[in-house]
Design a protein around this ligand. Sequence first.
Ligand SMILES: Nc1ncnc2c1ncn2[C@@H]1O[C@H](COP(=O)(O)OP(=O)(O)OP(=O)(O)O)[C@@H](O)[C@H]1O
Length: 693
Amino acid sequence: MTVQSAYQEEQERLTESLRDINAQLQAIGPRYKGDDFTEQMLDLQQEERRLRLEVSRREPYFGRIDFQELPQGEQKPLYIGKAGVAKQGSSELLVIDWRAPAASLFYSFTGGDAPAAYDSPDGEISGYVHLKRNFMIRQGEIVRLVDSYVRGQEEGSVTDEFLLYRLGENKDNKLRDIVSTIQGEQDRIIRADRNKALFIQGVAGSGKTTVALHRLAFLLYQYADRMRAERMIIFAPNRMFLDYISGVLPELGVGDIQQTTFSDWAVELLEKAIAVSDPSDTMAYWFEQRRTADEIEHASGRFKGSLAFKAIVDDRIADFEKRIVPVTSFVPIDGLELKPEQMREWYDTDYGEETLMKKRDRLVSRIRRWFESELKMKGVADKKIRAKALAKFNSFSKKIPSYTTIQLYASLFQGKQAAASVPKRIAVATADRLKQGVASAEDLAPLAYIQLQLFGLPKQAFDHIVIDEAQDYSPFQLEVLRLCQRTASMTVLGDLQQGIHAYAGVQSWAELTSLFDEEQIGFYELNRSYRSTMEIIEFANKILGEMTGGVKPAVPVFRSGDPVVTEAVPGEQWLDRIEASIRDWQAKGEYETISVIGRTALECEQIYHHLQGKGFDASLVQSKQPAYGGGLSVVPVYLSKGLEFDAVLIADAGENAYERLDAKLLYVGCTRALHKLKLLHRGKLTSLLGGEA
Ligand SMILES: Nc1ncnc2c1ncn2[C@@H]1O[C@H](COP(=O)(O)OP(=O)(O)OP(=O)(O)O)[C@@H](O)[C@H]1O
């Protein structure tokens, strides 16, 4: 078949499919507004269906795979879209959902004449793939049609033409879904076993964030009866990043998943009993001035995030628990005695799995009930005696220790015990802070942990947790989240090579995986980078050189672009040359998003004001920012993590800006670029890049 006739045939089928979808949409009645519960439920279902059809109307499908099931099946075309659609009034499928078992073939098939297979609820199904076709459909028209595999042609291998086309596009201010071009190694993660803690080490631009979001959509589809969106949660590094990723799930037809930062979540769990210090202060401390390797190694965040510190917290909690059950008898009136053995028995046997403060409060209530009923049985009616007994109860119960989370945490930094277990400078700084009712980000994991031990989780446990940029998490943080689940079902993703928050995060995945039993873990690596051109990736890989920490360097997709340029600039011309580069790029009109990435917030302010003064419509990204608006932005390098831009200008890659310890920072900055990367440097180029004058 010629390309022309294939196109015509597909266009006819598309028009027919759209007619069907439109007819189904029109047949949906108005929304129900009454009070009847059953009707309301039906209305919700209908509304969901309407939304699915709306998604389909925009782009009914993006792929087709022709499959012939063995041993005797017929060759059938399967059209794959974001939502499955049946023909009107029939069970025959016009489009199958990308998450359906058969659709996995579209992603996993790598070519060749041998039979391919996919897992279905009825077991493995194998057969021959005859055709793999990609479409791009806009406003009811096929604007692009690419056959990436035709059986019997081109040595039978799948080509990447469609992927390359998609990767070559410009980006705006939001991350997008990738359903039409998910790659085999990504698909394996998306469809991986539900009951596992999946750890994903993925190089910059390998699609980690995107894959995690698609995985959520898959889990909700596949385990609709067991997993609920409201019981899923995504942890991202900051609110700007949350805004950046906020478009993907709705595009995939998924709503209601909680999206938060660890800090916001912990403050909520602590019922806002404590304020959190401004994260920009921490950022400023670590990134605006030079810090030594020793300072990083001995940072209080590393100490408080460690399992060794968790053991100290556990000891403190155990000590509290040991003191809950009184060791002396309670004697409210002469001749009436409640022995400690009895109280111990109640505590140990009756309150089972309750949290500590609940057990403590129940014990106190029980003691009160005991003496009240004893007095009644003994017929003690004298008001004076009763009042005296009550006073005795009050003083007895006061001796049973009681803590708020913050009190218990604060007690770790006071007294002799603290001196023995917590370094003095950390104890003093933390105690001072807590006295003022303020916690720092590093206090939140232990505080949340204590809260869970004392009072428990107020809401339902999570069905699934996604943690993005997990290399910046401490083992203690992950342990806290692990406790909020019934079974380990997590997607934990990150890149050790981008571990720029070394003062708080981990240096190896083992620090996090060791929290789980071996059989609970799945470990995946993503080494192909989809974001940047080959030139940019090869350039960025050089920055890390040998210091890869056991992580394989990023492998580019074969997408070539402009060479990376480094340019020396005299100090006095620096701002003008930044301006000239941007002007040049904007004049070409090739890029939608451009970022000037500076080393510090101070440097960025300077650049931003200069650009503003010259009439540029730029935005300055700051750490508390709730959203990133796209266009031209000026971003401190440490805030650029997770984002991407069509063109990136590293404002100053001089030796003074990036020393050896800053390799990961510069790597993060360079790997934000999709198509164009240029580095200016005042003075000598950083030795990370060869150090030329
Ligand atoms: N299979 C794919 N098809 C098309 N685009 C893809 C694919 N995988 C990833 N991308 C694109 O690559 C870019 C990087 O993806 P993403 O931000 O999810 O990667 P990441 O691994 O989280 O990156 P980083 O760690 O550098 O922040 C995005 O623009 C995404 O759309």
